[in-house]
Each structure stands twice: as C-alpha cells, then as structure tokens.
Design a binder for this molecule. Structure first.
Ligand code: GSH
Length: 259
C-alpha cells in the first residue's frame, strides 16, 4: 500500500492512525507538487483535487480521508475501528464530520496566519482571538460528546478518536488547548500512549519545525494556497475578506478543480 500524504495534514494523520491501528504496512510519500495545484502522474490520477491523503492499494486508488477510512474498515475489518452499535457508529461519523469541516477550518486559518503570514500585527491578533473563541466552542462540544467515557468511540479507542486526535493535538500545539486535568487534556494524554498516535504526532512535530520558510514559498509563487470549502468560509467570516482579495490579486491563493 502507498499513502500519498503530508505529515501536517490532519486528514492524512487520521488515515495513518487508522492504518497503524489496523497493523497495516504502508509506504508513504509526500507528492512533490503538493501545494501547487499542478500535480501530474499517479498522484494526480488518484486525487482529482490534488489533495492528500490518497491511498493506492493494488489496483484501488482512493482519495478523501473519510472514504479511505471506510475502505479500510470494509477491506481490513480486523480490528474494527467503528463501534458495533448503530447509534455509536453515527456518533463517530458526526464527530468526524464536525472535526473535518468546522474544527479543521479554524486550525487551517491559524496556520495561514502563523506560518504563511497572511496577517500581521493587530489584524493577526484579532483573527487569532476569533480563532481562540471558536476553538473553545468546538472543544466544549467535543467535551460534551466525550462525556464520562475514556474514548470518543466509547469504551475503547476507535474511529472517532482517530478523527479527533489530529485536530485537538494541533490546538495544543498552537497553545489553544484545554487546561491541564480537563477531560480533553486527559483524553489526549491517554491516546498519546498508543504507538499509532505517538508516531503520527512525532511526524507532525518534525514537519511543523520545518515551516520557517512557509511565507517565502508563498510570496515567491512556489506554492499557491488552496482556499476551499469551509476554509474559505472561515477566512470570510473571521476577518479575512481582504486577505482573500489580496491573495487573488497577487495570485497566492487558488480554488479547486473544476475551475
Ligand atoms: N476532504 C479531503 C480534504 C483533503 C485536503 O484538503 N488535503 C489538503 C492538505 S490538509 C491538501 O492536500 N491540499 C492540497 C494543496 O494544498 O495543494 C479529505 O478528507 O481527505
């Protein structure tokens, strides 16, 4: 199996945790053209929006982290990552949906500011404060979902935990975690003990430490950031309308296929 991925991508992290939980051996590759929207070859053929993750398994070519998780669960059912109970299965999928769309967009917005320097000074502070308030709201929602359980999946680690892990971990990395001893902080401590999660987070930390030249890569035209779906909405609703307009004028942002 080959996984096209990027260690900073929360979607790719979710898939790597699932693959590792299932004990599946896989090669991983970060496509050279990631971030340009101009990929070619097998990666582009596997992923029409040139997004990671994409999984190659024999003749199968699968894009989208949720679809990859569904595929892994169908093809390699042991150990199961989805709970058995239909209501709990729906819960796991709803938690994943909120994380992949709403939570991800906030984290992405923060990376546009912190790493890609889309806003600086007072504007950056204002947008970070908005992101902090939104993050706290999503974390409160997740805390309610966790309730008194050890795991989002119920009694044991599973699909919902793999889906929450990259997002909450990234908030803590950005200094927007919940307090020590809070249910979410204790859950994060619990899942970090799992080899699947520990290895995936280690890869994230290593890549995050290499983002020093991110703003230059955008300014020089080496990469053009993909402003899509919930991410674009986050920018528009969180004080970044001018960032979008400037990005279009300078050609440092792009939309997705089909154009
Ligand atoms: N819905 C997709 C979203 C994947 C996605 O947005 N991936 C980003 C990285 S986090 C990407 O590859 N973007 C392409 C680019 O920036 O060029 C999934 O769940 O896999």
């Amino acid at each position: 199996m080959l996984l096209y991925e990027h260690p900073l991508s929360s979607y790719a992290q979710k898939v790597k945790i699932a693959l590792r939980e299932k004990g599946l051996v896989f090669d991983k590759e970060t496509p050279g053209a990631i971030g340009t929207g101009r990929a070619a070859g097998p990666f582009a053929a596997a992923s029409p929006r040139n997004e990671v993750p994409a999984l190659i398994d024999g003749a199968a070519r699968i894009f989208d982290s949720t679809i990859i998780l569904e595929y892994l669960e169908d093809k390699y059912p042991t150990p199961h990552l989805l709970p058995a109970d239909p209501v709990m299965r729906a819960e796991a999928r709803m938690i994943e949906e909120v994380c992949d769309t709403l939570y991800e967009a906030i984290n992405w917005g923060l990376s546009e500011i912190r790493w890609f320097k889309r806003a600086e000074g007072a504007k950056a502070e204002e947008m970070k404060a908005t992101a902090a308030r939104q993050t706290a709201e999503v974390q409160a929602w997740l805390t309610g979902k966790l309730g008194t359980n050890d795991f989002f999946n119920g009694d044991s680690f599973g699909w919902a935990d793999a889906s929450v892990a990259p997002y909450v971990n990234r908030s803590f990395h950005y200094g927007m975690g919940t307090p020590d001893g809070s249910p979410l902080a204790r859950w994060l401590g619990r899942i970090r003990e799992r080899p699947s999660v520990a290895e995936t987070f280690k890869e994230f930390e290593a890549a995050a430490g290499n983002m020093g030249d991110a703003a230059e890569r955008v300014a020089s035209g080496q990469i053009r950031r993909e402003y899509r779906d919930h991410r674009l909405e986050w920018m528009m609703k969180s004080g970044g309308v001018q960032i979008v307009l400037d990005g279009l004028e300078k050609n440092t942002i792009r939309f997705t296929w089909p154009l």
